[in-house]
Design a protein around this ligand. Structure first.
Ligand code: EPU
Length: 317
């Protein structure tokens, strides 16, 4: 029997084992699930309803030697037009969107909760320290993995502990000090999947003063970042410098490949002007990276994730 047929049969058996609310589809279009809005289909797509369903999905992928990608808000990812041959898991079911107070200083949020909601929930509780999350278009799960940040803060600043599942399907909860953290990086969550986190504030403040700070952040973000579809910042900031500034100084603002364009507002954003292909975006990523290297000697490294290939195979020198 061919491997493809065997895999499809296992997939159909998996469907029978899943709880009825779990969604399973093949050849799922991905572009509309990302903020950049480019890319092809995912071969296997699962929205698990329960922790056990997620465990079964991981087991299926492992047994079939398929790559796994856990999709959050899709705000930091470029999907290739040729698609992804593995399993995309999306924490879309309401069970992953639970958010609830633990005590007056702490609350729990599931991996599928949006950062916008985390920020608003903390404000309502009168918990300061979350204001920098305003406007980061991510979900909590993906943002934990990336240790997402803005305005001088990063997500783990407000984390007390994280509940996660290993690739082998084991469930753990670990305090923040057990994670190796860096700029846009959490080592342990490259090999495991965050299911939710206990979050804590820095101090109690009146809701109104927290909301004012959120508003200030929102105004400065709107003035400095584009509104068009994008994947946020494309490159990490190199040590001691800013990718946006380097791209700007290299005269690349407004540069385009097909329907992908370097934002006129912020050099580190590539926007989709409507109908861009992933080839357009990748061609522009390479052009920007090579031009900045020629002009400054600094080689920028992507911050956005790539689905369908590895960056090292796509980046041209
Ligand atoms: N700059 C330019 N030209 C540009 C863009 C920026 O000269 O086209 C200069 C700015 O004037 C400023 C410096 O570069 O002096 C830094 O710019 P900015 O304040 O916009 O911050 P950033 O380092 O470019 C980071 C994060 C953003 C986050 C903002 C706001 C990274 C790669 N980016 O941007 O995160 O929203 O700070 O705090 O760390 C993301 O991760 O996707 C993202 C957008």
């Amino acid at each position: 029997m061919s491997l493809v047929i065997e895999c499809m049969q296992t997939w159909e058996r998996l469907r029978e084992e899943m709880s009825p609310e779990t969604v399973m589809r093949t050849d799922e279009p991905m572009a509309s699930k990302t903020t950049l809005r480019v890319g092809g289909k995912a071969k296997y797509y699962i929205e698990p309803a329960q922790v056990e369903d997620f465990q079964k999905a991981l087991k299926f992928a492992k047994n079939q030697c398929l790559e796994i990608f856990v999709l959050g808000r899709g705000s930091n990812i470029i999907v290739l037009d040729s698609g992804f041959d593995g399993v995309v898991i999306h924490f879309k079911h309401s069970n992953w969107k639970r958010i609830e107070e633990i005590d007056e200083n702490r609350f729990y949020a599931g991996a599928g909760v949006r950062l916008k909601e985390v920020c608003g929930y903390a404000a309502k509780m009168g918990l300061a320290g979350f204001e920098f999350l305003e406007g980061i278009p991510g979900s909590l799960g993906g943002s934990l993995r990336m240790n997402a940040g803005a305005m001088g803060g990063w997500l783990f600043d407000v984390v007390e502990s994280v509940c996660f599942m290993t690739r082998a399907g084991e469930l753990f909860e670990a305090p923040k000090n057990e994670f190796n953290l860096g700029y846009r990086h959490c080592k342990e969550l490259q090999e495991a999947y965050a299911l939710g986190a206990t979050l804590k504030g820095s101090e109690k403040l009146p809701e109104e003063s927290i909301r004012q700070k959120i508003m200030k952040n929102s105004v400065s973000r709107k003035a400095s970042q584009p509104r068009e579809p994008s994947a946020g910042c494309i490159f990490k900031n190199p040590e001691g410098n800013f990718s946006g500034r380097l791209i700007d100084s290299a005269g690349l603002k407004g540069a385009s490949e097909g329907k992908a364009q370097v934002s006129e507002i912020h050099g580190n954003f590539i926007i989709n002007k409507g109908g861009a292909s992933s080839d357009d975006v990748i061609a522009l990523v390479n052009r920007v990276r090579n031009t900045v290297f020629e002009k400054s000697g600094i080689l920028l490294e992507p911050e956005v994730l790539l689905l369908g290939a590895k960056w090292q195979d796509i980046l041209k020198k």
